[in-house]
Design a protein around this ligand. Sequence first.
Ligand code: FES
Ligand code: FES
Length: 185
Amino acid sequence: MSQVKQREVVTSATVEPLTMRGPADTLVSLSVNRIARLVTIEPRVSLLDLLRERLQLTGTKKGCDHGTCGACTVHVDGRRVLSCLTLAITCEGREVSTIEGLADGATLHPMQRAFITHDAFQCGFCTPGQLMSAVALLEEGHASTDAEIGEWMSGNLCRCAAYPNIRAAIREVRDAAGGHRHAAD
Ligand code: FES
Ligand code: FES
């Protein structure tokens, strides 16, 4: 038997066939705001569309739908992601947190309270994404200075230009948590 023929024999005997999912509808299991969800979706469905269209969690906003505005920011396993650029199928077995899960029942998250205190929104369209990013920002330790806050919040656009107020809200929560390092702008 030739070397080529031997390789063919070994390959076909040892390699497991790839298990593909899709392009037909496929079952995906994930947790959203600590509630287990089992959904049947096309593999091409974004996490944003799953949340808004299938789970009726419309707090997460669709602004640009191609990764430039930040309105669709949610957390996956505690890390902020753009849900419009995240395939829902990649969240299999993961914990997704959205704006609807940020408050503790009727008790607002400190960042939500600070946004209200500092008037950190006008129309409110960008606000869910701003809040999810702001909460992650503090977890990441990227809020030492106003410049750092500005840099690490730069993926979240606000057409109403509430940026100074958003930074003030973030500073308040940071300082309340003992992370004050820089004077306000
Ligand atoms: Fe996702 Fe704009 S809707 S970044
Ligand atoms: Fe209107 Fe930010 S509050 S876009």
